[in-house]
Design a protein around this ligand. Structure first.
Ligand code: GNR
Ligand code: NI
Length: 178
């Protein structure tokens, strides 16, 4: 297991759709383990492989409450196959957009199909925070970020803030994070 650096805005890799995984082999298991370790350390409740610069359709999540035992979930090639007409609003954040939070409305319930660690197709129906987190992570596999659901003004404000911070880092000659 290894901690991997998390890439942040304005890194253009966050905007690329990730590749479908053909075989859930030992390299995918190792990737999932690194992702869980990196997610818990951050700490976060979800992580998509592209956030550690691996453009594969793999996500991990753990939405267990702090006083409950850990409940790690790993999914390969996840896709939303049904979403409810009703919406729920959560204050979202993203490890690739540090220190920024905003409310986002999404379908309250979703059905998601995916391959498990053994490469077996599964379906899960989710609501509450899990439904939101699944949609947030699946969006990452498609190059979509939660700021895409905000008003243009808010989105452009946050994009500019991160572009400016990256420019200043370059000018200052600080070592860029990988
Ligand atoms: O840690 C995270 N918290 C969170 C809160 C509300 C909605 C979505 C999330 S996911 C986020 C971690 C992350 O960036 N995953 O991609
Ligand atoms: Ni995120």
């Amino acid at each position: 297991m290894a901690l991997r650096p998390i890439i942040c805005l304005p890194d253009p890799r966050l905007r690329l759709p990730s590749e479908t995984v053909e075989v859930v082999d030992a390299s995918i298991h190792a990737l999932m383990d690194d992702m869980l370790e990196t997610m818990y350390e951050a700490p976060g409740i979800g992580l998509a492989a592209i956030q550690i610069a691996v453009p594969k359709r793999v996500i991990v999540l753990d939405v267990a409450k702090n006083d409950d035992p850990p409940a790690p979930m790993c999914m390969v090639n996840p896709e939303v196959i049904w979403s409810s007409p009703e919406k729920s609003t959560y204050e979202e954040g993203c490890l690739s957009i540090p220190d920024y939070h905003e409310e986002v409305a999404r379908p309250s319930r979703v059905k998601v199909a995916y391959l498990d660690r053994n490469g077996v197709r599964q379906e899960i129906e989710a609501d509450g925070l899990l439904a939101t987190c699944l949609q947030h992570e699946i969006d990452h596999t498609n190059g979509v970020l939660f700021v895409d659901y905000l008003s243009r003004l808010k989105r452009e404000r946050v994009m500019k803030k991160f572009q400016k911070a990256a420019r200043l880092r370059e000018l200052g000659g600080e070592p860029e994070e990988e």
